[in-house]
Write a protein that binds this ligand. Sequence first.
Ligand code: TYD
Length: 206
Amino acid sequence: MNKKGCFITFEGADGCGKTTQSELVQKYLEEFGRKTLWTREPGGAALGKELRKILLHYDGYVAPECEAFLFLADRAQHVETVIKPAVNNGIIVLCDRYTDSTAAYQGYGKGIDLTRINYLNDLATGKFYPDLTLVFDVDSEVAQKRVGAEKDRLESEGMEFHKKVRYGYLELAQIYPYRIKVINANNPIEKVFEDTKKVIDEFLNH
Ligand code: TYD
């Protein structure tokens, strides 16, 4: 494995298991002596923790544009104060959700035009995009069962929304085939991790 810092994101619909996988990847890389930082959106930076409370738990109507801007505000702070400094220090940053979540949820899911989302993501990140993105793809019914009965604001959207998000991710993977790799997350955790490791190894050894 080479020693440069890099930026890897973990994406997928609610209940896809990406958080478990990103934590397993962190352990795996640290066993090889690599320095890693695990972080997430929303709420990866101190200020973003406040935004996270609104985004996930505000119980009134939130307009899709308002929602998008809050996620983007969180991202702008996160990338500038946490992600970029770590990558520049030779750390492998593992981030649970990033720009593709806004494309999948607020774009494909809530119908905001993708060209606009792309423009806003460029603006929020200064065009700092992941070197590698793993999309954990799982059947929407299975994912909803995994989420269980206690749902946050976005998890409480209907099945049609979750399906749009899922297909959004699959379309994004076709648009950016070099950056985004799709992993079949219907399988048991161990098998999903085997597949995840293969992608990570291939990426880090090149
Ligand atoms: P979280 O509790 O972190 O869920 P998960 O473990 O599934 O990541 O909640 C994040 C929620 O916010 C999730 O439903 C996806 C949503 N989200 C967006 O809609 N747009 C975004 O840009 C981001 C980062 C997240």
